[in-house]
Design a protein around this ligand. Structure first.
Ligand code: BQF
Length: 287
């Protein structure tokens, strides 16, 4: 008989979180403030366009205000900075998100750092990052926050566990490692220069994979019973969406696994909504 991992559905968990947010947003609206998110997209990357629409749609579902600012690929850095300044000063906007990636002629960190930290709902500003690392209050980056919320709502113990993070990006790998550490895991970060990846991942009680390579992690990388969180979203040649984890093979070995689609992705969007609500409450000093 083969055993099968518990499927950790981000779709199901995010619906529960969104139901709570909807009530909280209604309470803020009753106090005269409608939380508002502005998403800025530069150029016409089709994946980015899908993500941006998804964010706007979710705002509307929860009763929040949302704006999409579409700028042409040819937008200069100065023009984009001027857009950020205008949104920083816009009283109807509580969260500002610059959809990544930006065109190559634009200095990404220069633009992200121009977002007022109190509207930085992606949590990418160095001030947010610093506060997160120290353990101060901050807006947590949405994907790492979504991963932590999934673990928490699935009653997975983190303290004392060996958590292995594969990938070291500023958007996912590094911050998720920091949040796992904050919850008292022993944390190892692996990356493309790690010589024997499997030797490390096989020690993981909790394995978070964010490398951006389709189905690169398989059953041989997994300790039996481990919790596997797949952050990857890759499109195969035949048009399917797959994660960084070979789902079918890992399902047989792991104790829990997140699917793609319907895993971390929906949680990312939901945590963005939470950050936007929190930003509105903070800016207007509501409870
Ligand atoms: C799902 C993103 C890489 C680079 C930039 C739901 C999303 C995705 C999948 C989504 C992502 C990934 C987003 C699912 C936003 C997550 O059902 O599995 C939602 O919209 N995401 C982004 O804005 O920028 C990215 C991944």
């Amino acid at each position: 008989m083969t055993t099968s991992a518990q499927v950790i559905s981000g779709k199901v968990i995010s619906e529960a979180v969104k139901a709570e947010l909807r009530d909280e947003i209604a309470q803020v609206i009753a106090q005269g403030i409608t939380p508002g998110l502005a998403v800025v997209i530069v150029g016409e990357n089709p994946a980015s366009q899908v993500y941006v629409r998804n964010k706007a749609k979710t705002c509307l579902q929860l009763g929040m205000h949302s704006e999409i600012h579409e700028l042409p690929e040819s937008t200069s850095q100065e023009e984009l900075l001027a857009k950020v300044t205008a949104l920083n000063n816009d009283a109807n906007i509580h969260g500002i998100l610059i959809q990544l990636p930006l065109p190559k002629h634009i200095n990404e960190s220069l633009v992200l750092d121009a977002i007022s930290p109190d509207k930085d709902v992606d949590g990418f500003h160095p001030m947010q990052v610093g506060n997160m690392v120290i353990g101060n209050r901050s807006y947590l980056p949405c994907t790492p926050a979504g991963v932590m919320e999934m673990l928490k709502r699935s009653n997975i113990t983190i303290a004392g566990k060996h958590a292995v993070v594969v990938g070291r990006s500023n958007i996912v790998g590094k911050p998720v490692a920091m949040l796992l550490l904050r919850e008292h895991a022993t944390v190892t970060i692996c990356h493309s220069k790690t010589p024997d990846l499997g030797a490390i991942t096989r020690q993981a009680d909790i394995l978070v994979v964010a490398i951006g390579r389709a189905e690169a992690i398989n059953a041989e990388h997994i300790k039996p019973g481990a919790i596997v969180i797949d952050v990857g979203i890759n499109r195969t040649e035949d048009g399917r969406l797959v994660g960084d984890v070979d789902y079918q093979s890992v399902l047989e070995v792991a104790g829990g696994i997140t699917p793609v689609p319907g895993g971390v992705g929906p949680m990312t969007i939901t945590m963005l909504m939470k950050n936007t609500l929190d930003a509105a409450r903070t800016i207007h000093q509501l409870s």
